[in-house]
Design a protein around this ligand. Structure first.
Ligand SMILES: Nc1ncnc2c1ncn2[C@@H]1O[C@H](COP(=O)(O)OP(=O)(O)OP(=O)(O)O)[C@@H](O)[C@H]1O
Ligand SMILES: [Mg+2]
Length: 263
């Protein structure tokens, strides 16, 4: 019989601990954190403010070093970069036009200016903003700015998209529009996404699995699988039930819930 070979997880975190030292004082932020993310998965990371969500993304990006444990990343070999990060605020450079902001991350590559512009235009088309390419950032709405920042991340062709509360500063209608947009982009491009959010409904609407961080130092309290077909129905009974479970995961004290629950 032929052996079934399972692909390595694209992200494999084992026993991750991280402490910050400041003025001789140690703060333990993360402890004993295990997480494996499969290629093409959409993971939502939820948890109270200060639990270490952004720190975990920084560790994945290689911007913060673990105190203990291992973090392995096995990016899709077809991708040009392992990862790109999208923040809560778009962080566009005001002196560059929209297309030039999107092309910014390509400047250290071997692509010439025409190729960079072409790549930027492709990424802008993916997020539906090609016709705004010549505008300045101040001529955009908040939602459009976030789409430009998503395009800038896509332009470098990463295997994994890390997103740190990218829609939390937007009004509900814009946020929901961008959630649908993101799902469309994700399905079209087959990327792995790790999406940090405070909004449990957003996590349930978007993700394949929801990872709840909790405790001090932070650890994985529960992992829940959202077994709902897409497009998902906002506010359905199944989604509300799951929201109640995730809310409890986040606030729960005591032993982590290690089972994979399916609704
Ligand atoms: N460079 C640093 N030096 C010292 N402590 C830090 C540093 N960066 C983060 N921390 C601390 O680590 C903890 C986790 O911070 P982090 O930003 O990861 O939280 P978070 O879960 O993203 O919170 P939020 O939901 O508010 O964004 C906090 O207590 C924070 O004060
Ligand atoms: Mg944060």
């Amino acid at each position: 019989m032929e052996a079934v070979t399972k692909l390595d997880p694209v992200i494999d975190i084992r026993g991750l601990a991280l402490s910050f030292e400041q003025n001789g004082q140690r703060t333990d932020v993360l402890r004993g954190l295990d997480l494996a993310v499969e290629q093409g998965e959409f993971i939502a990371l939820v948890g109270a403010s200060g639990v270490g969500k952004s720190t975990l993304l920084r560790v994945l990006m290689g911007l913060a070093a673990p105190t203990a444990g291992t973090v392995q990343v096995h990016p899709d070999p077809a991708a040009e970069r392992p990862m790109a990060l999208v923040f809560q605020d778009a962080r566009l450079l005001p002196w560059r036009r929209v297309w030039s902001n999107v092309a910014f991350g390509l400047e250290k590559t071997s692509l010439n200016k025409a190729e960079r512009r072409k790549r930027a235009m492709q990424a802008l088309s993916v997020v539906g903003l090609a016709d705004l390419a010549e505008r300045w950032p101040w001529q955009l709405s908040g939602g459009q700015r976030q789409r430009v920042s998503l395009a800038r991340a896509l332009a470098v062709r990463p295997s994994i998209l890390l997103m740190d509360e990218p829609f939390s500063a937007l009004d509900v209608a814009t946020r929901e529009g961008l959630q649908d947009e993101l799902i469309r982009v994700w399905r079209q491009m087959g990327k792995t996404i790790v999406f940090v959010t405070h909004d449990i409904d957003e996590a349930i609407y978007l993700a394949d699995r929801i990872v709840a961080l909790g405790g001090k130092p932070g650890e994985v309290k529960a992992v829940r699988t959202v077994d709902q077909p897409r497009p998902r129905k906002r506010g359905s009974i199944a989604m509300q039930d799951l929201a109640a479970l995730v809310k409890a995961d986040i606030s729960a004290e005591g032993a982590p819930q290690r089972d994979d629950w399916v609704i």
